[in-house]
Design a protein around this ligand. Sequence first.
Ligand code: DON
Length: 319
Amino acid sequence: DGVDQTVSTGALASWEAVDAHVASAFRRNRDHAEGSVADYIPILAAADPELFGVCAVDVGGGVHTAGDTEHEFSIQSISKAFVYALVCDRFGHEVVRERVGVNNTGLAFNSVVAIELNEGHPMNPMVNAGAIATTALMPGSTADAQWVAVQDGLSRFAGRPLELNQLVYQSEAATNQRNRAIAGLLESYGRVELDPLEVVDVYTKQCALNVSAHDLAVMGATLADGGMNPVTGEQVVSPEVCRDTLAVMAANGLYERSGEWLFEIGLPGKSGVSGGIVTIAPGKAGIGVFSPRLDSAGNSVRGQRATAYLSRALGLNIF
Ligand code: DON
């Protein structure tokens, strides 16, 4: 996009500068029409492909927006990062590393082969296998109690009560045979101890929580701010948990494209098939983008471009 990064460290530019760069990230990419809307979950195919929103929330709580930043959509895989943080907060570094893993599969997010190639290990919490194994570790003695803990935890990251999108949940629950198979395979390897179908149901609900680009930016800003939500002032998770979560997002957040993402943007991020991406500039800001047209790995095309622009223009690349 012809923009060079200015600096790699130091404070965030002034609020006015951030507002202007968020507006530019939107304007420069608004007419970019590459990619196509996800259709393997039937209801997602109905999304308006023109929707586009860019939001940054800085660790001082300042909100910078352009476009459709209040439009709500199902969070999908972006939930994986935040559920992982909640599970890390409960079990700590060593247990989660052993049970779920941290390494990239180099394969698609819903790969079954990846599980087989690794003796049943789910590999990392950002692919479906690892996310299902992670959701199984949420507190609660029933699936309903675990779902309440997921919804409550993600709402604390967002700083407002997040609601289930019933249409997306029902559409996905009717077509998630592949995730049920993944959970059954994990059970066969002793990697899921609960009823695999109940775990998949909680996972499917977590993916169907509604958020906006604005919510994603607040959730990202909470991870940027050592676990303290800069809007509500609540300490949601510890700084150690943020460090572990950001490392896993950097390695795996954009699936098999995670290397390219780090190379171009240089920040931990997490995408979802409905078209959202959350990105974290540690100590500075969270960025939330939404645009439903995806590339072949399932990552929002305009979302990646807008984030790349902001990373360069604001000097956010951590390398
Ligand atoms: O489990 C699934 O396939 C979806 N609920 C989430 C996948 C997803 O968002 C992958 N992202 N790019």
